[in-house]
Each structure stands twice: as structure tokens, then as C-alpha cells.
Design a protein around this ligand. Structure first.
Ligand SMILES: [Zn+2]
Ligand SMILES: [Zn+2]
Length: 309
């Protein structure tokens, strides 16, 4: 029996209907837009929003993208579960759904089977339209067999909405207990600490799919002449904790780093380095192959500088 036929088939996991997805998005964005009008900004609320945005952005870029989609580092099974729960707060479905759609994207980039190609489907579809599409509603587990074999990760993937709402409830509880200071009510904390940063994170990550694959818009550059339309966008990279170095990423996606040059700020990579130094994760794939460095016009590493590639 060949390896292909002996591989376990996992099929699809149904998590919610497409109408549930649509209603969730409408509520999320309506609440986010209303936030500064219902509760005018104060410094404690702005700091809360920034901290919450940072957690959600690392969740999607560091955990859903670099770990579950590209396996850029290793961790123990309990840590893997905790990371999945943290990342489920990002409001962009569960880890296996995100990774399966993203692997489809890399495998079929800029072809009709690429869910998020502006070249094929237009900017609006690549930004948000595909999320509302019946075709990508369920999780294709056969694209992520390496993680679909963990029942606890399947559970997180199925119940991500429950986990996300539990996180929102926790923020409300903290505010009620006075954790954010006497001026921050539970309602204000919910709006500034949950709805607004979650909606902003969905938008900035969607921009990697749309303008990160749209080379005709100014404000970016292509370090590599890849066959796809991926672009490095510095501003977007700041907002997405490194996700905006998308041309680098399409050239060498297995890396734990997306910013290849020292000046390409990659917050996710810095956090992963810290987590590796603390022993929380291991085997960080940080070394770029020499041909990738040379092709990108980057200086070669000193001889003997051996870290895992
Ligand atoms: Zn891409
Ligand atoms: Zn990727």
C-alpha cells in the first residue's frame, strides 16, 4: 500500500453555517464602529484596546500562521493546546480552518483555486468576500492531517466561538473587578477590549490577502521576483506583526521570520525568539538558506553561524 493511500483521511469538520459567520461579522463590525461613540476614548481604554489587539494579532500571525499553517517551530502538546486557545480569540475561525485555507492559498497561489487571489477574484473578494462564501465554510481536515489527529485541537477548531466569547466575558469580569482602574466599566471594557481590537485585527489580516497580493498599489516593494503578486508592505507589516512582509514569506514560507532584513520589523519573530529563549517553544526555524539570502540581496551569514533552517 502506498504512503498516499495509507494516510488517514479526516474529511471535513463542520463548525457553523455560513449565515452564522455573516451574522457574527456584522455584529462585530457594527459594535466596533459604535465603540468610540458609546464610550468616548480615555487612556485606560486605549491601552486596553492596544494590549488586546496585540494578543489577537500574535495569535493569528504567530500561532495560526507560523505554527499551524507552516510549522515554523515545535512545542509540547499542552503548550500547543494553550496556544490554540489563545489564538482562537482572534475572531478568524479556528486554527485548523485558518491553516487549511492558508495552505490551499500557498499550494494554488494566483490560480482559480486560490481562495484569496486578487488577480483571480478581485480585491473585494480577496479581502472579505471569500469568508462569506459557502465553498470555504467547513474545515478541510485532509489539508492539515498533522494537526487533525489531536482531538483537543479538533475541539478548539469546532468551538472557537465559545472560546472567543469566554475571553470576552473574562475581560468584562476583570473590568467589574476593577482591574482596568475605577473609570473603566464592564461595558466599556467589552467594547474597547473585545469588539474594537478584534474587528481591527480581522481587517488588517484581510489586507495581507488583498493589498498584500496587489502589486499595483504604491507603498510596498518586491524583494523577490516570485510568480505570484505578493508585496512587502512596511506599514502593513507593523500592523500585522510581520504578516505584511508577504513577498518574503511567499519566497520562503517555512521560516519563523517574515522580515528577512534587519530593518524589516517583525514583532511576531521577536516574540517567538523570546518564547524559545524561555523554553516555551523549540526548534525555531530562523535561518534562511544561503540561496534565499543571496537572491534577496541580503549579506551572507558568517561561516559557522549554524541555527536550524
Ligand atoms: Zn499570500
Ligand atoms: Zn503563509
Amino acid at each position: 500500500m502506498s504512503a498516499a493511500t495509507s494516510r488517514t483521511q479526516y474529511g471535513k469538520q463542520v463548525t457553523e453555517s455560513i449565515n452564522q459567520t455573516r451574522v457574527r461579522y456584522v455584529i462585530l463590525f457594527a459594535a466596533a464602529i459604535a465603540t468610540p461613540f458609546v464610550y468616548p476614548p480615555t487612556w485606560p481604554l486605549v491601552w486596553l484596546a492596544l494590549a488586546s489587539y496585540a494578543l489577537r494579532m500574535f495569535g493569528v500571525e504567530g500561532i495560526y500562521h507560523r505554527y499551524f499553517s507552516h510549522r515554523a517551530f515545535k512545542c509540547s502538546r499542552p503548550v500547543q493546546f494553550i496556544l490554540a486557545v489563545i489564538a482562537s480569540q482572534c475572531g478568524q475561525h479556528g486554527p485548523l480552518w485558518w491553516a487549511s485555507v492558508h495552505r490551499h492559498h500557498h499550494q494554488n497561489v494566483e490560480t482559480p483555486d486560490d481562495p484569496i487571489s486578487p488577480r483571480q477574484h478581485g480585491l473585494f473578494h480577496s479581502h472579505v468576500g471569500w469568508v462569506w462564501c459557502e465553498r470555504y465554510k467547513d474545515t478541510d481536515l485532509d489539508v492539515v492531517p498533522d494537526f487533525a489527529r489531536y482531538p483537543e485541537i479538533l475541539w478548539v477548531n469546532k468551538h472557537y466561538t465559545l472560546l472567543m466569547l469566554s475571553g470576552a466575558f473574562f475581560i468584562w469580569l476583570l473590568a467589574q473587578a476593577g482591574a482596568f482602574g475605577p473609570t473603566v466599566s464592564g461595558g466599556a471594557a467589552l467594547m474597547w477590549g473585545f469588539f474594537l481590537p478584534t474587528a481591527l485585527g480581522v481587517q488588517t489580516v484581510s489586507m495581507v490577502n488583498s493589498v498584500g497580493h496587489f502589486r499595483f498599489m504604491p507603498g510596498g516593494y518586491r524583494r523577490y521576483d516570485t510568480d505570484d503578486d505578493s508585496v512587502n508592505r512596511p506599514l502593513l507589516a507593523l500592523l500585522t506583526f510581520g504578516g505584511g512582509w508577504h513577498n518574503n514569506h511567499h519566497r520562503y514560507g517555512a521560516s519563523a521570520r517574515a522580515g528577512f532584513a534587519w530593518y524589516e520589523i517583525d514583532v511576531t519573530f521577536y516574540i517567538l525568539k523570546l518564547m524559545a529563549a524561555l523554553g516555551i517553544i523549540s526548534d525555531l526555524r530562523e535561518r534562511l538558506p544561503d540561496d534565499v539570502r543571496e537572491e534577496g540581496g541580503l549579506s551572507p551569514l558568517p561561516a559557522g553561524d549554524k541555527v536550524r533552517s
